[in-house]
Ligand binder design. Sequence first.
Ligand SMILES: Cc1cc2nc3c(=O)[nH]c(=O)nc-3n(C[C@H](O)[C@H](O)[C@H](O)COP(=O)(O)OP(=O)(O)OC[C@H]3O[C@@H](n4cnc5c(N)ncnc54)[C@H](O)[C@@H]3O)c2cc1C
Length: 387
Amino acid sequence: MIEPTALFALDTLLTEEEREIRTTVRRVCDREIRPHVADWFEAGELPARELARTLGSVGVLGMHLEGYGCAGMGAVSYGLACLELEGADSGLRSLVSVQGSLAMYAIWKYGSEEQKQEWLPAMAAGERIGCFGLTEPDFGSDPAGMRTTAKREGTDWVLNGTKMWITNGSVSDVAVVWARTDDGIRGFLVPAGTPGFTASDIKHKISLRASVTSELVLDGVRLPAEAMLPEARGLRGPLGCLNEARFGIVFGAMGAALDCLQTAIAYAGEREVFAKPLSSFQLTQEKLADMALELGKGLLLAVHLGRLKEAGTLTPEQVSVGKLNNVREALEIARKCRTLLGASGITLEYPVIRHSVNLESVLTYEGTSEIHSLVVGKALTGVAAFK
Ligand SMILES: Cc1cc2nc3c(=O)[nH]c(=O)nc-3n(C[C@H](O)[C@H](O)[C@H](O)COP(=O)(O)OP(=O)(O)OC[C@H]3O[C@@H](n4cnc5c(N)ncnc54)[C@H](O)[C@@H]3O)c2cc1C
């Protein structure tokens, strides 16, 4: 027997340091997350503060950023951390993606020196949590239509509006909020507890239950001039952050798929049907082989995109290729693994159905699969078909 990733000799593409980082994150997941995550999922609760401190202590929060207490690791190392985290649960990877690639990246890339000093070291350590408010109830795929406004009153800014589906929202110490100004879309840092700012959790989710998802309401939130991110102008600001987070998903989705496939292989080896192991049937082996092929191709694509990112040549279209392919295939793998587990596959005793329903959210957030198809379509034809 051979591990699915070994079929593709994946490790030969990784440096020793990258393999060590993967092992470190895997150990944290095995010790701190995997034993509890099904219970968190079932309860719809996540001990986000404790987890943030644990994840901060091993350096995965903002790990691909330089300075300000961040680890300054390469893109493939960051991707492998996402892979291991999402192998435990997409909700955990979401916590880390939003903290590092959306909230911290926005401050790191577009913030003033004072904003960076104030927030980044504490966020890298997991002592403070951030969220990223772009989506609104009526504007998800088309954020250019956003209604949240920021208006000047003297030197202050006053924000009004609602942000929806915001990961980490109610547990955040700071929200990066994107709002329309007379000067186009700008980003603002809104500390928790600012009068007029509330975050309430969205209940009754069937997907990403081990993740905090909130609605943010900004009702006359008054902020000083220094709360604006000085270097972000227009939609390019938030879209630059989303590109970072999507890159992590290219690896992360394959982590969920690998966990499903490993579970299904083990199950098929033990489960007897018609007096023979399930794994000995040709139909089973065809399913396993097909899944291993898609998993391996997805991982090779992820590492390739990671190397392009490290070389500074990765384009947004290439990130769309990776997100579209890998999340779609991970979801297919999760569904196919679920069939191999039969009725047992619908329980939380095994991780497969949890990954499967989580991946439904991953298919939709950070740009839906349809939007990424349109990005690739535009790249191929030169014609934008969004409207
Ligand atoms: C669990 C979870 C966590 C999230 N976390 C965050 C977060 O932290 N911060 C944040 O800002 N947002 C977050 N989101 C929001 C997410 O980014 C949006 O849900 C996503 O962008 C899609 O927007 P929508 O849900 O409004 O769907 P819509 O934009 O209304 O899309 C509905 C359907 O229409 C399709 N569609 C849209 N436009 C086109 C088109 N031009 N052509 C063809 N089809 C089209 C879509 O692909 C989709 O199938 C989160 C979402 C979820 C589910």
